[in-house]
Write a protein that binds this ligand. Structure first.
Ligand code: DGL
Length: 272
């Protein structure tokens, strides 16, 4: 296969990565995309970094076997756990990872107080500490791990009472401290932006990093001479280590588009 015509691989623990995929599709419609959700293991957030690293390595091997020319780690938890080691292990592969968007938040906040919604794994990782150290720049960051929110979004309960309660519990104390910005440090959370906005009101800015991530994918493809020059729409493939029919229904709900999904299985440390 000509390298330029190879697909971009995108993975997450679950449907969160679809919020990134949707932006890549919007900005780079000619690229073929393979999306892989490791729903046998979702959520990653409460797991140890070592475990998430081992899943991420195996998923990367699978995507490279499918000829992926670039890999998007569309998961903050997996990026925190594995991005550095993935870049070392697969040194000839370009990777794009996620990190909580503390930099743009710190650059634009007026009140100097910023809320960060992520998961426990992301807050534990060195990546978050390094982002804070490099970019917080005197801004007060209020982190919240939103325990249980990923599960609610996986279950499609975007408007459920529990979803609302988790968000209210996280955001009300932040509002009391004077936040004017909320950073979404988990790729699942953009699917509840309307619910977040309902709680924080129009004066608080909510930052979804997906558009910036998609721009970075475009930049890296150019830099590595990997842009697909075709002018037809790229092919989309969806795969899950969980239930394929369920992922297909989730795609219909979250992306308002119908796509079949393929079931993969874990065999020890290998995904097939
Ligand atoms: N969507 C992921 C993230 O960005 C993972 C969430 C989870 O599985 O806990 O962190």
């Amino acid at each position: 296969m000509v390298a330029q015509e190879a697909p971009v691989g995108v993975f997450d623990s679950g449907v969160g990565g679809l919020s990134v995929l949707r932006e890549i599709r919007k900005q780079l419609p000619h690229e073929h995309l393979i999306f892989l959700a490791d729903q046998a293991h979702v959520p990653y957030g409460p797991r140890s970094l070592a475990e998430v690293r081992s899943f991420s390595e195996a998923i990367t091997r699978y995507l490279l076997d499918q000829d992926a020319k670039l890999i998007v780690v569309a998961c903050n938890a997996a990026s925190a756990a594995a991005l550095q080691s993935l870049r070392q292990t697969f040194s000839n592969v370009p990777f794009v990872g996620m990190e909580p968007a503390v930099k743009p938040a710190a650059e634009t906040t007026d009140s100097g107080v910023v809320g960060v919604l992520a998961t426990p794994a992301t807050f534990q990782g060195k990546l978050y500490a390094s982002v804070v150290e490099r970019f917080a720049n005197g801004v007060r960051l209020l982190p919240n791990p939103c325990i249980g929110l990923v599960e609610q979004i996986e279950a499609g309960k975007l408007n459920g009472g529990q979803t609302h309660a988790i968000l209210e519990n996280a955001l009300a104390p932040m509002l009391a401290e004077g936040i004017d910005t909320v950073v979404l440090g988990c790729t699942h959370y953009p699917f509840v932006i309307p619910q977040i906005e309902q709680i924080v009101g129009p004066q608080v800015r909510v930052i979804d990093p997906a558009p910036a991530i998609a721009r970075q994918v475009g930049r890296l493809l150019k830099e590595h001479d990997l842009v697909n020059a075709a002018d037809s729409l790229g092919k989309l493939q969806f795969k899950t280590s969980g239930d394929a029919a369920a992922l297909s229904r989730q795609i219909t709900q979250l992306l308002e588009a119908d796509h079949p999904a393929e079931k993969l299985n874990w065999h020890g440390n290998t995904l097939k």
